[in-house]
Every structure is written in structure tokens, then in C-alpha cells.
Design a protein. Structure first.
Length: 385
């Protein structure tokens, strides 16, 4: 058993009984579990936990049920299209745009279970592990930890270890992984793959950069939410950053974003898997400089994600509003336009700032809905798969 990964990996199945007992004894966990399952006595939940012998059994017994409820109560349906994923038994690295802190990976795993497949291991930043029980819970739930606030040297060591862990997970455990294409969510929905994520992935494995990334079986994944419950919080953050040069989000802000994302209405939600990029990686010129190589691979992943967005009326309405045209009027009705503009007004009203700059905030919110369409349209010219 490789001890190098002990600090960051999900728990091994044989470790679960001990962790269950620690969670069951934690008053904060008891409180949350009782709030999520108010109809079930906590002792019954504890007994049910103790019967789960594997992480997947735990996920199916608890997380699946909770996430299905969120899908039922806060969306108009979650769908996953896997047609581009040729082999359902291989392990892949799903690299996706990032909309919701918890639900991007959560809904993906639920949809995979419904298709008779295994769930994914999830990369999660340690800045979100605010309480001890959360850190334990996510590691039971197949998450591995991305360490954040580190010195440059620590960051290099941490990235190398995480890369080796991910290669080990794909190659040796045959276990798929989900990772966001960038650190944190793209606040304006202009989704771009951070080259630092690819550099980290290329630290582990064998051979040159291309060989190491081919080993990861990268599947770009496009996630499309009709409505982003956190849109007004993201707009608010834009104004705070504009007005306060050294503005930093607090733990309380992270908690509010998680809570709003979980419980807010999302409309329709779609996950579209693009084809694996290995063939395109093979065609790249291996003699290119590292910066050029990473730049080309980032662009390749971006095109795959952008080309596979699902568009909703709001995307077209926002684009027309910002361009001052009726270019996409054929994609929505007058009723849909009124509904969307009313929605934007309602969200703007939720922003609590002493000096609300409404025109600025409105533009930022509309950009969040227009940018996916702008990026989608840009891919129509080079026709990726």
C-alpha cells in the first residue's frame, strides 16, 4: 500500500468502519445528517452507515439519495450524454468547466450510477474543508484533496504527489477521476483550461508530456446549467473586487456559495461528454516548446468543451441584449424573454451592497449567460468532434 498518498487520498474501504464511528460521534455531523434526513432517526442513519462496506455502497446509500433529491427539487431535469465515450469500462479523467462547487461532480456520479457505471473520484480544494467532519465525509465520498495555500516549494511537491496519485488511480486502480479545468469557478462563465492544471497532470507518469497526458485518458466534459443560482453572488464579487483592490472571499462566503448552489433553482442541467483527446495528442509536434505544447492542449480541451455546451433561451437572450441586436430572436419567444429578464432583475435585487452599481452588475450577470454562446459559436468555424 503506497503511503505517499495517505494525506490526500480517499479512505481505503477497510478504513471506513473507524471513520464512520468518528463521524457518528461528531455533534456537527449529527446535526447536518438529521437536517438532511429529518424523517429518519439519527441512530438508524448510523446503523445504515455501518452496513456500508465500500465507498461506493456508502455513496449509493446516502449521497445518491441526497443528490437525487436536489435534482428533483432544484432542477427541471439532469441529463448525461456519454455517446462520445467509446469504452465504458476504461478509467478516464473527466476535465470539465466548473459551475457549482458540489453539484458538478455530484450530479455526474449520480448519472453514471444510473447508467450502470462506477462513480468518479473527485478533486476537491482543501479551502472548502471548513470543518473536520467535512474533510472525513468527502474522503468517504471518493474525494482526494487538492492542497491550496502553500509556499512555492510546497506547491511543487504537493502538485507532484497529486499527479502521481492521479496516474496511479487511472492506471493501477482503473478508477475514473473528475477535475475542474481551472482552480475555482469561472465567475463570468468564460471557461478556459488553466495550463497549470495540465502541467500538474504531466508531472506524473512515464515518457514525455504527450505520453503522460495520454496515460490520463482525458475526456473533456461540458456542463450546462440553464440558471446559475450563484450568478448574483458572482456579480457581487466582481463589484467588490473592482472597488476593493485587496478583496478576498471569506470562509463564510464559500459556505454561502455552496448553500446557494445546492438549494437554488437551476432549470435544466446537461452533461455532455466529448471524445477522448488521445488521438489529437498523438498528432501534436513533440518537438514544440513546453509553453507552446501546453497552450495547444489547453486550446484543444477548450474547443471540445465549448462545442458541447447545451444552449438555453437565456444564453441567446443575454447575447442579443449585450450586442444590442435581435440576431438570435429565432431561438426564444417573447414569453421566454420576459421570464429571463424578470429573473435577472430578481437576482440583481438579492445583491446586498451599499453602493450597488446596477448597470455594471447587470452586464456581469448577462455576460455569464452570453459567454457560453460566444465560445460555442467560435467553435463552429473549426468543427471539432
Amino acid at each position: 500500500m503506497n503511503m505517499e498518498f495517505d494525506e490526500i487520498r480517499p479512505y481505503h474501504d477497510e478504513e471506513l468502519p473507524q471513520i464512520y464511528e468518528e463521524l457518528i460521534a461528531d455533534p456537527a455531523f449529527q446535526q447536518v445528517a438529521s437536517a438532511v434526513f429529518p424523517e429518519v432517526p439519527f441512530e438508524a442513519l448510523a446503523q445504515k452507515m455501518r452496513t456500508c462496506k465500500t465507498k461506493l455502497e456508502f455513496q449509493k446509500a446516502f449521497c445518491y439519495t441526497i443528490l437525487k433529491r436536489f435534482a428533483r427539487d432544484t432542477t427541471q431535469g439532469v441529463t448525461l450524454d456519454l455517446t462520445a465515450q467509446t469504452d465504458k469500462t476504461s478509467a478516464y479523467t473527466y476535465i470539465s468547466n466548473h459551475r457549482d462547487i458540489i453539484l458538478d461532480s455530484g450530479f455526474l456520479s449520480v448519472e453514471l450510477i444510473d447508467k450502470g457505471m462506477d462513480t468518479v473520484e473527485i478533486a476537491i480544494g482543501d479551502n472548502l474543508l471548513i470543518y473536520p467532519w467535512i474533510k472525513k465525509f468527502v474522503r468517504v465520498n471518493k474525494s482526494f484533496i487538492v492542497q491550496r495555500a502553500l509556499t512555492m516549494r510546497q506547491m511543487l511537491e504537493s502538485s507532484g504527489r497529486m499527479s502521481r496519485y492521479m496516474h496511479h488511480t487511472i492506471k493501477d486502480k482503473n478508477q475514473s477521476i473528475w477535475i475542474a479545468q481551472r482552480e475555482g469557478r469561472a465567475k463570468d462563465s468564460n471557461d478556459r483550461t488553466q495550463e497549470s492544471v495540465l502541467k500538474m497532470l504531466a508531472m506524473g507518469g512515464e515518457g514525455d508530456i504527450i505520453d503522460r497526458l495520454i496515460e490520463m485518458n482525458i475526456l473533456p466534459l461540458a456542463i450546462s446549467y440553464e440558471y446559475d443560482p450563484c450568478d448574483y453572488l458572482k456579480a457581487q464579487e466582481f463589484q467588490l473586487k473592482r472597488d476593493i483592490p485587496d478583496y478576498k472571499k471569506t470562509q463564510e462566503d464559500d459556505l454561502k456559495n455552496m448553500q446557494t448552489g445546492l438549494f437554488g433553482p437551476k432549470g435544466r442541467v446537461h452533461f455532455q461528454v466529448a471524445s477522448c483527446i488521445n488521438e489529437e495528442l498523438e498528432k501534436l509536434d513533440r518537438s514544440l516548446s513546453k509553453p507552446e505544447l501546453f497552450s495547444q492542449i489547453s486550446a484543444l480541451i477548450d474547443r471540445r468543451i465549448h462545442a458541447n455546451y447545451r444552449m438555453y433561451p437565456g444564453n441567446y437572450i443575454a447575447h442579443d441584449y449585450l450586442s444590442g441586436t435581435q440576431a438570435f430572436a429565432g431561438h426564444y419567444t417573447a414569453e421566454e424573454k420576459k421570464h429571463f429578464t424578470d429573473y435577472i432583475d430578481q437576482q440583481l435585487a438579492r445583491i446586498e451592497l451599499p453602493n450597488k452599481d446596477i448597470p455594471f452588475l447587470r452586464e456581469k450577470m448577462l455576460l455569464m449567460y452570453a459567454n457560453p454562446l460566444t465560445n460555442y459559436l467560435a467553435t463552429r468555424t473549426d468543427n471539432p468532434k
